[in-house]
Write a protein that binds this ligand. Structure first.
Ligand code: ZN
Ligand code: ZN
Ligand code: ZN
Length: 379
């Protein structure tokens, strides 16, 4: 549903004023605290929304350089306005599926309640991994099932009574639609993350009145678009109905309910394991050990990194295969100096210098490319 990611018009302001204190602030503190434990210098925030985590990080990790990005420019405008000038924050409109940042740029990528909105989770995780330095951390959270989140559940049920034939299910479908820890683990693994930890964290959600809660959900989220599509002019009536249902369940006056989320930590592996004979820390081997022999190649046949083809043939116990040109976009070459992984194409175009750290590579390697990479038969 395209509308599920549309946070525009008056949504950003109401979202920030009502929904942020209601459900986002406790988890923003939690994420910022988890990040501060390892003192990252460069942080990328994805799906920063109106900047609640950005503000918590700027307060708790004041020395960090923060790039805060979001798909929705109106949300970032609101975030920048609330933050004001002076903080060490760069605001940047960006698509999480195609991040406009170089490989290995950040010590940490953080994302609060954004993953549920990514149309392709694995692609977003791949991008997070790509822009992380080796050893960098990805810390994010997602909502637990709607049944574990009292207010969202009550509002959704109230709206279901008004629109029984076509209930507005934005909350259940999207914010609370991605809570399967096993699936999240598999998708992170597919994107190349390791050391995956998932905690379920329960907090209390508090508001001055049931009406504040009803406004937060019905007017400060894309639920608003769903209500207005079903009944133009019906926003106030729907908000009122939600408010009545909340009062019935949680009382008049100040209200309190349970909220629950999964908090996920994952790590970009320090560097892939490289195999070889008499291997040194920069991946020189018994066969190739000049100062410039610091490139390891992932073999097409087994997906494992070897210092050279002779090392593979001596240790792997199977015949080697070479990368066809159609797969030269695969990350398959490792700089032994800085652990930067590059695609075959990037390696062949790098003019014997690591694009990340500038280390020189042996120009003589070009005589052996055919042992690893297959040119088209015409070539
Ligand atoms: Zn192999
Ligand atoms: Zn070797
Ligand atoms: Zn390098």
């Amino acid at each position: 549903m395209a509308g599920d990611t549309t946070f525009a018009g008056s949504i950003p302001e109401i979202y920030d004023r009502y929904l942020v204190p209601l459900i986002f602030e406790p988890y923003a503190r939690d994420l910022a605290l988890r990040l501060s434990a390892f003192a990252p210098a460069d942080i990328l925030e994805v799906a920063a929304g109106t900047g609640v985590v950005t503000r918590a990080m700027a307060a708790l990790i004041p020395d960090a350089r923060i790039v805060a990005s979001d798909l929705n420019q109106p949300m970032l405008d609101r975030a920048a306005h609330v933050m004001g000038p002076g903080a060490n924050v760069t605001w940047r409109q960006a698509d999480a599926l195609a991040l406009p940042f170089d490989d290995g740029s950040f010590d940490a990528v953080v994302c609060q309640f954004g993953a549920m909105f990514f149309p392709d989770k694995v692609q977003a995780y791949r991008e997070a991994r790509r822009v992380l330095k080796p050893g960098g951390r990805f810390v994010f959270n997602v909502w637990d099932a709607i049944s574990s989140n009292d207010f969202a559940d009550a509002v959704t049920q109230a709206l279901t009574k008004i629109f029984p034939n076509d209930p507005p299910l934005f909350m259940a479908r999207t914010p609370h639609g991605y809570h399967d820890s096993a699936l999240i683990r598999v998708q992170l693994g597919e994107a190349g993350f390791a050391a995956i930890d998932i905690d379920t964290v329960e907090e209390r959600s508090r508001a001055p009145s049931p009406r504040d809660v009803a406004i937060a959900y019905c007017q400060g989220t894309p639920l608003r678009n769903e209500i207005e599509a079903r009944c133009p002019g019906g926003l106030e009536g729907a908000t009122q109905a939600a408010s009545v249902e909340l009062a019935r369940r949680f009382g008049e006056g100040s209200v309190e309910g349970c909220i629950s989320a999964h908090v996920i930590r994952a790590r970009r592996a320090m560097r892939p394991i490289v195999r070889g004979i008499n291997l040194d820390p920069e991946t020189r081997c018994a066969h190739w050990h000049s100062p410039l022999d610091v490139v390891a190649i992932k073999m097409k046949c087994c997906g494992a990194y070897y210092a050279c083809r002779d090392c593979h043939d001596a240790l792997a116990g199977h015949a080697a295969e070479v990368w066809p040109e159609a797969e030269w976009n695969q990350p398959a070459v490792l700089c032994g100096v800085c652990s930067h992984e590059m695609s075959v194409r990037d390696y062949l175009d790098c003019e014997n210098r690591c694009p990340h750290c500038g280390a020189g590579f042996n120009p003589g390697c070009r005589h052996h490319y055919h042992l690893y990479f297959a040119q088209d038969s015409q070539g």
